[in-house]
Ligand binder design. Structure first.
Ligand code: SPV
Ligand code: MG
Length: 424
């Protein structure tokens, strides 16, 4: 290393890809001894997520690259050895980073005159995060359920909410008929069209890599309508749909008394025709019965659910609104099938997810909480603005920052494309 111009680059190197390789090649050209500061597992976990490939394996892969002379542990400034320790120890002349952004640590290193910082052009459009997103996109609801056994799915009606749900590491997204109708100024009584639900679902599918389960009410009509429903929702990349045994026009399950339901046989036929219409084996059809909701009792609810399983349903939702939660907790006791049970605990929020899972449910759908917290927050913020005749208190205490909002859009990609194509 003596008399050599030492170049230093840091990376996680998890899921090694061409972007890493190009950075290494460009870095080596800037000097004659290249050190890679590789982030250990605990460090990656703190700034990103659990690494897929353990440190020792990542180190072996990177050490085998011709241009790399040495791989050392680099813990940024989270613990020792810090990046600064390494820059000093190895008498680094140049620290290299991609030109997509520059971490503050690099700026500090330059300010402290530890070395020069050079940014090299990134290999376009590839990062570990993007690769992972692509991989996760292919992971379907049933795949995830098989792997994790218990899923919590949360409602989103817009890209921001969907991204927040992904950020908070929930398992999937529910596109709610009630929410989507309310957003369009409609009651949840079957006035929303399939196309409107399809558009709502498209936004969510595009915004996240989580599986998306869509509430398609009663499938928008008879068997032929349902065939079209299955085809359309599958085509746009939804992981599944949930279809209920309501007749048309429906009313929302959380209100109203005993009303007639579609016959068990007709709803069963809908499930059968739907399963036959889907193109991929992974598309999930959740059969939902409103028998408990409409006062037909547990025996009828279970009879219907079992019939829907025989008809090919991948999961069953026996909806309940009894507010102590006792009725819901009874459902799995009568359940003999291996087909997973889904529950929507809107009316019994006092039950924890753990209680519901322990009772025997596999999938919990939190169907409208994200929308309801928004309503309350907006209403309270407006009151404050009115009272103070100024947005300042809301801006200071209640608002997300502008940066936060901007970061929930694909602004990095937009800037990258602008830079690459000289648009700005
Ligand atoms: C929805 O979210 O539209 C549902 C669930 O169907 S519930 O409103 O609880 O019936
Ligand atoms: Mg609904």
């Amino acid at each position: 290393m003596k008399n050599k111009k030492v170049v230093y680059a840091t990376m996680g190197g998890d899921l090694f890809h061409r972007g890493h390789l190009e950075l290494i090649k460009k870095a080596k050209k800037l000097g004659d001894f290249l050190i890679i500061g590789l982030h250990p597992d605990d460090v990656i976990k703190r700034y990103k997520r659990e690494p897929l490939i353990p440190f020792e394996d990542r180190k072996k892969i990177i050490e085998s690259i011709r241009e790399v002379d040495k791989v050392v542990e680099d813990c940024m400034d989270l613990r020792e050895p810090t990046m600064f320790d390494n820059l000093k120890k190895y008498k680094v002349s140049i620290a290299v980073h991609g030109d997509d952004w520059l971490p503050p640590l690099y700026k500090k290193a330059e300010e402290q005159k530890l070395c020069r910082v050079v940014q090299v052009e990134c290999y376009p459009y590839i990062t570990t995060t993007k690769l992972l997103q692509e991989i996760r996109r292919t992971k379907r609801l049933n795949y995830l359920l098989e792997k994790k056994k218990k899923l919590v799915i949360v409602s989103a009606g817009d890209a921001i909410t969907a991204k927040l749900i992904e950020e908070a590491e929930f398992d999937g997204i529910w596109v709610s008929g009630f929410e989507a109708s309310a957003r369009l100024g409609l009651a949840d009584n079957g006035c929303i069209t399939m196309t409107e639900m399809l558009n709502a679902a498209k936004t969510i599918v595009d915004a996240t890599s989580l599986p998306v389960l869509v509430d398609v009410d009663n499938g928008y009509g008879g068997l032929h309508n349902f065939i079209r429903t299955v085809k359309e929702f599958e085509k746009i990349g939804c992981s599944g749909i949930c279809v209920e045994d309501n007749i048309f026009p429906k009313i929302n399950s959380l209100w109203g008394g005993k009303i007639p339901l579609l016959s068990m046989e007709e709803h069963g036929a809908k499930i059968r025709v739907g399963k036959d219409a889907q193109k991929t084996k992974d598309f999930v059809i959740v059969a939902r019965t409103e028998a408990l909701i409409r006062g037909y009792g547990m025996a009828e609810a279970i009879k219907r659910a079992e019939h829907y399983v025989k008809s090919g349903a991948d999961m069953v939702l026996t909806h309940s609104r009894e507010s102590t939660g006792k009725e819901a907790l009874e459902i799995p006791k009568y359940w003999k099938s291996k087909i997973p049970l889904v529950i929507v605990p809107t009316k019994f929020p006092q039950l924890t997810n753990k209680q519901l899972f322990n009772a025997g449910f596999s999938v919990i759908v939190l169907a409208n909480q994200t929308e309801r917290v928004k309503i309350k927050a907006i209403r309270e913020s407006l009151k404050i603005i009115k009272k103070h005749d100024s947005v300042y208190p809301v801006e200071k205490e209640l608002s997300a920052t502008l940066d936060d909002m901007r970061d929930l859009t694909p602004i990095r990609e937009v800037e990258e494309i602008d830079r690459r194509y000289g648009t700005r």
